[in-house]
Design a protein around this ligand. Structure first.
Ligand code: PLP
Length: 378
């Protein structure tokens, strides 16, 4: 039978080794073996983030991780600055606003990114802001936001806590929270971390840990202090029953990502994205993100010729290639195809041929040569 491809930007196709790890016999989450598994994952996440700071693991999706950041660090009356260029930036601000904090909204057009200058200007106008919210990879448009440059543009004095959504960047795109100056980094298992959905992860800076002291969290489930109390040097546990099977899966996924070092893994994702985008353009698809420096290595957004994106998506789906569509104002206008999975050139060729067929493009294989040149030679 012909292979089916899951091209949605989460969940993504997880490697067989990861799925097999998830099917290991269950163990008690109170035993030493689980503690070792959890500690091992923490060490591997430390290598990924180049940081020894703790990462709380929640039984939740990415939205839960964002909610956790909001309820632990924002209170009614706080002011937060929210940078958004799409649906997920908007979601993060909506979650934050539900704490009763007041948002200052800085928007960028879909397909572009908030700039360091805009972030710095918003902070100058709101010097007492408690937090700055930013989405590292805006999945609805395939834009990677220059978080590092944005933080570097903020004045060191009176800097707000930086709460970053790395749900669709972590694991696929370099994200170094400690060296960049992020305070709380939220992510989830089902995209760049090539694991099934179900785990939310929250990395915390030293400053974030200090800020937690003396604060009461209105949520029990998402109480970071409660989680951290269970992560003692000699034993790592969770305050309630964690999805043990997903811990096995995440552990195996991290082994794959770190096998040749995270930078090599990120570079491969980048080459794949560039090769895929160049071939799509050659076929006649139009990429949403014009500025190449902002193009995501995890997900590419584009439209089909003749405004036929939805028809093309249906054709692709019928042929076994499941993509995502546009969201929000871009509903019906876009095709989004993810490439977080560890696909090789034969996979890309298979996928690109399907994209050619879906728009009845019977041209020669030039687009495949373009893709191969970029993927294999850069
Ligand atoms: N943030 C970003 C950037 C996302 O891409 C997503 C999901 O696509 C979310 C947050 C929400 O994550 P979840 O669907 O796992 O709750």
């Amino acid at each position: 039978m012909k292979k089916k491809y899951l091209l949605t930007p989460g969940p993504v196709e997880a490697p067989r080794r990861v799925l097999e790890a998830a099917s290991r016999p269950l163990i008690s989450h109170r035993c030493g073996e689980f503690s070792e598994l959890f500690k091992g994952i923490s060490r591997k996440l430390g290598r990924l983030f180049e940081s020894g700071q703790p990462v709380v693991i929640l039984p939740s999706s990415g939205t839960g991780a964002l909610e956790c950041a909001a309820v632990n660090f924002l209170r009614p009356g706080d002011v937060f600055i929210s940078l958004s260029c799409g649906v997920f930036g908007d979601r993060f601000r909506e979650i934050a606003a539900r704490t009763g904090a007041r948002g200052i909204y800085v928007d960028a057009e879909p397909g572009s990114a908030p700039t360091p200058e805009a972030a710095a200007a918003a902070l100058r106008e709101n010097p007492g802001a408690r937090a700055l919210l930013v989405t590292h990879n805006e999945t609805s448009t395939g834009v990677t936001v220059p978080v590092r440059e944005i933080i570097a543009a903020l004045p060191a004095e009176g800097r707000p806590l930086v709460l970053a959504d790395g749900v669709s960047s972590v694991g696929a795109i370099e994200c170094l929270p400690e060296s960049w100056g992020v305070d709380v980094l939220c992510t989830a298992s089902q995209k760049g971390l090539i694991t099934p959905p179900g785990l939310g992860l929250v990395w915390l800076s030293k400053r974030a840990l200090d800020e937690l002291k003396g604060r009461e969290c209105p949520s029990y489930y998402f109480d970071l202090k409660l989680h951290l109390k269970n992560m003692k040097p000699d034993s790592y546990a969770n305050p309630y029953t964690p999805p043990v099977s997903l811990y096995y899966a995440l552990d195996a996924a991290l082994d794959i990502i770190l096998a040749e070092g995270a930078p090599a893994w990120f570079a491969k994702r980048r080459r794949y994205a560039e090769a895929f985008a160049a071939a799509l353009e050659e076929l006649g698809y139009e990429l949403l993100v014009r500025d190449r420096r902002l193009r995501s290595a995890g997900v590419t957004a584009f439209s089909a010729p003749g405004d036929a994106s939805e028809v093309v998506r249906k054709r692709l789906s019928a042929a076994g290639y499941e993509t995502a569509g546009g969201q929000g104002t871009l509903k019906g206008k876009l095709i989004r195809a993810a490439h977080y999975s560890d696909w090789e050139m034969p996979d890309m060729e298979d996928i690109l041929r399907a994209f050619a067929e879906a728009i009845d493009n019977n041209s020669d294989d030039g687009y495949l040569k373009t893709a191969r040149n970029i993927f294999e030679n850069r």
